[in-house]
Design a protein. Structure first.
Length: 273
């Protein structure tokens, strides 16, 4: 039901019959399935995005599985059904990380894979930094000691270890979540750090595993902005038209064409490449 409502929303947006389109119908139906998002209170855009992508993935995956079952060959008794875990959502947004874990005692190396649709990046500075700085911070090696020790299969006990992440599958569209909400002295606060991000030629090759053969250069296509603080905020979006390549600002009922220079904002919260 929510996938159908989302499809109607996409049609309304691209038909171009209106100055702006309200997602009210989609929000209402989605809110019935996920009551946490039904109330008109403050919500986190990243959490909402992940929930929407998961919901659409489940809907499209079910349809795909059903169609494949209908294409079963009665003579052979086999199915042409592909993996039920894939959908248009996974093909566009799903990537894979590999965490290389090395025991510091016996030097044994193991890999732990993990799929992702959004990469949550720490912001290493309080005043200004680049997206590259955030990526360096995320992918830098870490040492696991004390309560974070690993259980080494080869040593037969808990040992100190190093862990380093790399991308083994780069998604077609990669989403970065800038972790602006952080804990400081037992209080949660918002980081207003200016994060400078490139519009094109974002090269992820330094963080890509040698086993990955995907293209690793990306161009910015959308930004979700958050203005305000923890208790009160307002979301807007900048989106690049895929045909004209013009940038537009979406601020409730105000849809405005904007210059490229306006896309770099210190309110950026989610980046789509």
């Amino acid at each position: 039901e929510s996938a159908t409502a989302f499809g109607c929303l996409m049609s309304d947006m691209w038909l171009g019959e209106f100055d702006y389109v309200s997602p009210e119908a989609f929000h209402s139906i989605f809110g019935k399935r996920y009551p946490a998002f039904s109330k008109r209170t403050q919500h986190d855009a990243q959490e909402f995005l992940i929930c929407v992508l998961d919901d659409l993935h489940e809907a499209f995956k079910e349809v795909r599985a059903q169609l494949c079952q209908e294409r079963q060959s009665p003579a052979a008794g086999t199915s042409t059904r592909s993996s039920s875990g894939t959908s248009i959502i996974t093909r566009l947004f799903e990537g894979e990380l590999s965490y290389g874990i090395r025991c510091l005692t016996c030097k044994a190396l193991s890999d732990q894979p993990e799929t992702f649709t959004v990469l949550s990046l720490p912001i290493p500075s309080t005043r200004e930094c680049s997206l590259q700085d955030c990526l360096e911070c995320f992918f830098q090696p870490d040492t696991l000691t004390r309560n974070n020790q690993i259980h080494c299969y080869w040593c037969g006990g808990n040992q100190d270890a190093t862990v380093k992440a790399s991308i083994t599958k780069a998604p077609r569209i990669i989403i970065f979540h800038l972790k602006r909400f952080a804990w400081q002295d037992k209080h949660r606060r918002k980081l207003s750090t200016t994060v400078c991000y490139p519009f094109s030629d974002l090269d992820l090759s330094p963080y890509i595993s040698t086993s990955c053969c995907n293209n690793t250069e990306y161009s910015l296509c959308a930004v979700v902005n958050h203005a305000g603080d923890l208790d009160y905020g307002h979301y807007t979006a900048f989106c690049k038209h895929s045909v004209t390549e013009h940038w537009y600002s979406f601020d409730d009922a105000q849809v405005t064409k904007i210059p490229d220079s306006a896309v770099q904002a210190d309110t950026a919260y989610l980046l789509f490449y």
